[in-house]
Design a protein around this ligand. Structure first.
Ligand code: UDP
Ligand code: MG
Length: 341
């Protein structure tokens, strides 16, 4: 473990159309983390916002050398934005958090305290009570964690944990080595099986604006997560096929023997159409699932970058940070190094 305050901490914040939230977020962060002020830097990843988010962050940069803006070329989604952020943070550890104040900045002090013991590489927030979520969201989230942990046996997702967490440089560097395009970050972080600890907190309501995740997006997100971490949905069809064939064979025997030896004539239409429709449905589901894996393989094979950066803006460098926060360093918004991934 390093000596008392000899560390730097990056705050990574993906933002998508959040112009109203950024000011209150910085104020709350400064308020809660005044004791860490000289060790902090804040990396906003602007995920293709169409409102004034970019301008608001550039305004911050003019007065605050701790702020960096990684401006993505378009909206790539939160998982890609977090990946972009991890490629740009410079701290010894990084806290990933939302800008809408649903992840309370005060908790970061506890994260840091645990991290500084040297026992943990990841300290994540666990939502204590989800009563503010809708019934549907609670049930679907609970179901998802159960199914995921049951099927993806080598990765255990902690229940009720979001992306809000502190991760050590070891974890940041490990995540950066993962080449996959389907970025289900919670799963990737859990897959690494780092030494992790959960800290419970009550999640407040969104400070301003609206959630960017509707049910359709959440459903796709859940499917992405599942298919990225287990091949069971693919493998199950072999078993389903065997069982159905066996049942079909027994049924056929019954009908043939009945008709040949006992003169039992089974009326056909209703039973035939039910079996045909049932099997048709099963086949379409299995094809759909195979399609789900193939489309993800297709995406991986194309090897396109996970995100594209339009530019990186700010005046932060580690030297300033070690010497302490200095407004004198803040001149104008300058383009430090456009990185094209
Ligand atoms: N976000 C993003 N890209 C997106 C959607 C969301 O960077 O395509 C950011 C958003 O600005 C916020 C965080 O991800 O800082 C969490 O989003 P939100 O609050 O809508 O999610 P929820 O809390 O409802 O799960
Ligand atoms: Mg939110």
């Amino acid at each position: 473990m390093k000596s008392c305050n000899d560390f730097s901490l990056s705050i990574l914040v993906p933002v998508f159309n959040e112009e109203e939230s950024i000011g209150p977020f910085i104020a709350a962060l400064d308020n809660a983390l005044s004791s860490l002020r000289h060790q902090l830097d804040i990396v906003f990843v602007n995920d293709g916002s169409s409102d004034n988010t970019r301008k608001v962050i550039e305004g911050l940069i003019t007065n605050d050398p701790r702020v960096t803006l990684v401006n993505l070329a378009r909206n790539f989604g939160k998982e890609a934005a977090m990946t972009a952020g991890l490629d740009h943070v410079k701290g010894d550890a990084c806290v990933i958090m939302d800008v809408d104040l649903q992840d309370p900045p005060e908790l970061i002090l506890e994260f840091v305290k645990e991290w500084r013991t040297g026992e943990w590489d990841t300290i994540y927030g666990v939502r204590e009570d989800r009563s503010k979520d809708t019934w549907m969201k609670r049930v679907s989230a609970g179901g998802f964690y159960r199914v995921f942990n049951w099927l993806a046996s080598e990765t255990t997702l902690p229940e009720n944990a979001g992306d809000f967490r502190l991760i050590d440089r070891v974890v940041i560097d490990a995540m950066r080595q993962l080449p996959e395009r389907n970025r289900f970050m919670k799963g990737l972080l859990a897959w690494g099986a780092f030494r992790s600890k959960g800290i419970t907190f009550t999640r407040p309501e969104r400070h301003a604006g609206e959630t960017k995740f509707n049910y359709w997006k959440l459903w796709n997100f859940a499917v992405d997560g599942l298919l990225s971490f287990t091949a069971w949905p693919l493998r199950i069809w072999g078993f389903v096929g065997c069982v159905t064939s066996l049942l079909a064979f027994l049924f056929m025997l019954k009908i043939v023997i009945g008709a040949s030896f006992f003169d039992i004539q089974t009326p056909g239409y209703a039973s035939t159409i039910s079996v045909v429709l049932f099997l048709g449905g099963i086949q379409l589901i299995s094809l759909g699932i195979i399609g789900g894996y193939i489309s993800r393989m297709y995406r991986e094979m194309k090897g396109r970058p996970i995100y594209l950066v339009e530019g990186v803006y700010g005046q932060y460098d580690k030297q300033n940070l070690v010497e302490g926060y200095s407004v004198a360093n803040a001149k104008h918004v300058e383009k430090v190094s456009p990185v094209h991934a």
